[in-house]
Design a protein around this ligand. Sequence first.
Ligand SMILES: Cc1cc2nc3c(=O)[nH]c(=O)nc-3n(C[C@H](O)[C@H](O)[C@H](O)COP(=O)(O)OP(=O)(O)OC[C@H]3O[C@@H](n4cnc5c(N)ncnc54)[C@H](O)[C@@H]3O)c2cc1C
Length: 445
Amino acid sequence: MPATILIGAYAVLVVLPVALGWLLVGPARPWPDELSSALAMAGFAALLLEFLLSGRFRVVTGGIGIDRTMRWHQFFARVLTVALLVHPALYSYNAYQFTGPGLWQSLAPGDPARAAVLGLDAGSTLTGWLAWMFLLALTGMAIFRDQMPYSYEAWRLMHGLTAAAVAVMGLHHALDAGRYSAMPVLAAYWAALVGLALFTLLTVYLLRPLRLTRRPWRIAAVVPAAERTWEVALEPDGHDGLAYKAGQFAWVRLDRSAFSMREHPFSIASAPGSGRRLSFLIKEAGDFTRTIGSLPAGARAFVDGPYGHLTLAGRREPGLCLIGGGVGVAPLLSVLRGARGQGDARPALLLYGNRHEGQILAREELAAMPGVETVHVLQEPPPGWPGATGLVTAAFVQERCAGAAAAGWLFMLCGPPAMMREVRRGLRAVGVPGARILEERFVYD
Ligand SMILES: Cc1cc2nc3c(=O)[nH]c(=O)nc-3n(C[C@H](O)[C@H](O)[C@H](O)COP(=O)(O)OP(=O)(O)OC[C@H]3O[C@@H](n4cnc5c(N)ncnc54)[C@H](O)[C@@H]3O)c2cc1C
């Protein structure tokens, strides 16, 4: 789906309950009450749409890329959290009568337009407070995920369950307490959105894994590729493999069930033309990737993919400038392998940064690729190192990429976040427009 349609659809779905409420219910209340209801309804709609944004649905990520989808997910989550958290504080409570713990009743109970109704009873007060606190915890735990004492998988499970709890409690609160949400049209709207949100969880945790069980893979080989980095090759088991484009990635479960929470995104380092086998270059980064070297050949694997937009599909630029850091070279290698395999003779420049020589991946292969100039950049070069030294900084990029920028080449980036920031700064300085930059991020924060 093109980005403009996606943004439009998102905006409509968020604003629709507010518009319906104002159109269908009678006279407005004081503006703080109206603002509060608007924030609550738009925030709740946005919250429910977050499930879709994070569910890796191609209809959502296809046009804008999964990177950008995840950035939207995080950005909207912060905005909707603020909207939902402040909304209870905005009501003009002096217009209502407090009749007991959690019980706020209208001072004008016979009011047919419910203009002065704050319909909180004990149940909706409880679900409102619980949703409020769970939402605070949900967003806080997402923002401070790296500081949490949990594995990524445990965090992800908690994230999903807490989000589902907020959705269900929010639904009860809205239907029971909402001036607008009590209307059948809006009640149906909320039920549909909550249903959709819960369906995405069902898809992610049950239906999609179920589909993957019908297309299993086997670990064909695990071999060292560089310091603390392994090449893992997978063979399709009883099917014709994966249709992917060079530069894409997949979520992979290695030596586990298709239903395991332990799935990890890895770029496919092989290229489509090289056969049905998939190869991944995996660097030891945490509890799971540190065990890669001991994975048994022949074990089951499951591959959910392909995803990602770091591909040459439809790109006609006269040359390719690839800038990678560490294992971030994996998708770039796939792009180069794919391009050369398809007889794409465009000149290519690869700027490839590492800390030291032992980390360089596919060194001989890169050196032998026709039409590819590889510039190795080492932070800690050995004595007599002939290549570039230091970090891949904005200044370095400016110096090395000015020619490619002027010639209208395509830029493809993948590396550590700090390096990517420097590279983007350097490319901006030499006038490369955003439309000519494609990137993959290995971290979604
Ligand atoms: C699109 C993409 C492509 C990637 N390609 C490669 C690659 O080709 N080679 C490579 O070595 N690494 C790649 N990574 C990074 C790799 O996914 C992580 O290093 C790996 O998942 C770490 O898992 P761990 O359990 O060992 O470490 P942990 O300590 O559990 O995780 C370290 C960090 O990795 C990220 N991570 C872990 N699990 C997941 C998950 N299921 N989904 C999303 N992020 C997760 C989180 O940011 C986490 O903080 C890629 C990441 C992304 C997003």
